[in-house]
Write a protein that binds this ligand. Structure first.
Ligand code: ZN
Length: 415
């Protein structure tokens, strides 16, 4: 549990803005005068941190502020501020983020930090006008030390072994694909941790650094200083890392630089927004990257989804009906069970305890490469991959559901 008294907001020290804008001094004074507003914002932020929320929404609602927090991907109400306080609350955020307090009709962005028990948490605040008044949105970027090993991700032994072999190759690009919120960053860091040795130069570049990796150089772009993603990534590559992690691969130029880097003497791990391995490969081709470079540079794609983990103290087994089995494309067999969520003290009556990953490891064989170069559809590429032994996400899901680790409904809803 977080001690609220140890949560301290650190205003942005953007000296450039202060010097250029004489109203900065006035802003500081205005904010200092209203202790109740400062206290209210402290309370909102402390509540967000206590609930490990990733977003704070402060919206105008008649004469009040409606406060909502995004916790475990769901927006939840977190009360409201006093009547008449909304404008000053938004101003307080502007002051902390070194935004212009005198401007109300435009969208603005600012940065500040929170000191939480000695650890700094970065906050990005966005303020935008709406007919009802200004809305403030705060994105919270936690930075945890990373403790999950590759062996703990939930990959089946054979897949884990194949994945480790990829990472041990002298060079190549290993992609980690999935939709947002599918746990890709954790998998990438588990790979990095596996590779991080004292004799290696491990460098990461990503928009937001969520995890601290001991012994690695971690970079991020800084919009406010015009330090772009491309410039930052170029600087990382120029230092010739032995292991490079690129957190976002959805821009053609970044993808081109990342792929080119994988032909040097290094393993590159790239996090990508794509449904599966075949789609990831086709996306790179659609970005205009040459097919022969994509098929020879990308040595594997780990695709994944996150499902809820069933509480093993109260889950309830059942025999699936023929209709469900038909839908899944599997034959009825003796002893096959799926499980429903129950509810007990262990899981606070939710039926679930934490989350679990579903994985698929796509490693292009000659046949698969041929299909990619011929611009076959994702389905055709996947068929070729399955012939070479690919275990699809769906099968990993069915297997985990039949072991009572999750529900089959959760698996199907994530595919
Ligand atoms: Zn339970």
């Amino acid at each position: 549990m977080i001690d609220f008294k140890k949560v301290k907001i650190v205003p942005s020290k953007d000296e450039k803005a202060t010097q250029q804008n004489p109203q900065a001094v006035q802003r500081q004074q205005a904010a200092a005068q209203d202790q109740s507003v400062a206290a209210k914002l402290d309370e909102i932020v402390a509540q967000a941190l206590a609930g490990t929320a990733t977003e704070i929404h402060i919206e105008p609602a008649h004469d009040r502020s409606r406060v909502r927090l995004r916790i475990r991907n769901q927006l939840v109400d977190s009360g409201s501020a006093e009547p008449g306080m909304h404008g000053t609350l938004v101003n307080r955020i502007k002051v902390l983020g070194a935004m212009d307090i005198t401007k109300r009709g435009i969208a603005q962005k600012g940065y500040f930090k929170v000191d939480m028990e000695g650890k700094q948490v970065e906050l990005v605040a966005l303020v935008m006008p709406s007919p009802a008044g200004e809305k403030a949105f705060i994105k919270i970027h936690y930075r945890h030390s990373f403790e999950l090993g590759l062996d703990q991700l939930g990959l089946y032994p054979k897949v884990l072994e194949a994945h480790k072999k990829l990472l041990e190759r002298p060079n190549g690009l290993v992609l980690v694909a999935g939709p947002p919120g599918s746990g890709r960053t954790s998998s990438c860091y588990a790979c990095l941790q596996h590779l991080a040795k004292p004799e290696k130069n491990v460098t990461t570049f990503e928009s937001n650094i969520r995890y601290e990796l001991l012994g690695a150089t971690q970079g991020k772009p800084e919009e406010r200083y015009d330090y772009t993603y491309q410039a930052g990534l170029r600087a990382c590559i120029d230092q010739e890392p032995d292991v490079l992690y690129v957190g976002e691969m959805n821009d053609a130029e970044v993808a081109r630089m990342t792929l080119a880097a994988a032909f040097g003497k290094r393993i590159v791990i790239g996090r990508m927004n794509a449904a599966d391995g075949a789609t990831a490969m086709l996306t790179l081709l659609d970005m205009g990257l040459p097919g022969f470079l994509v098929t020879s540079g990308v040595i594997g794609v780990l695709s994944q989804r996150l499902v809820r983990r069933l509480c093993d103290k109260c889950r309830q087994a059942y025999q699936p009906g023929e209709a469900l089995l038909g839908e899944l494309g599997i034959r009825p067999r003796e002893g096959l069970s799926f499980y429903h969520a129950g509810g007990c003290d262990e899981c606070e009556n939710t039926g679930y305890v934490g989350q679990l990953g579903l994985f698929e490891l796509f490693t292009p064989t000659d046949k698969v490469r041929e299909r990619i170069l011929a611009r076959a559809t994702a389905r055709e590429i996947n068929e070729a991959a399955a012939e070479s032994g690919l275990i699809p996400l769906k099968h990993d899901g069915i297997r985990k559901a039949s072991q009572g680790l999750t529900t089959i409904e959760d698996v199907l809803s994530r595919l």
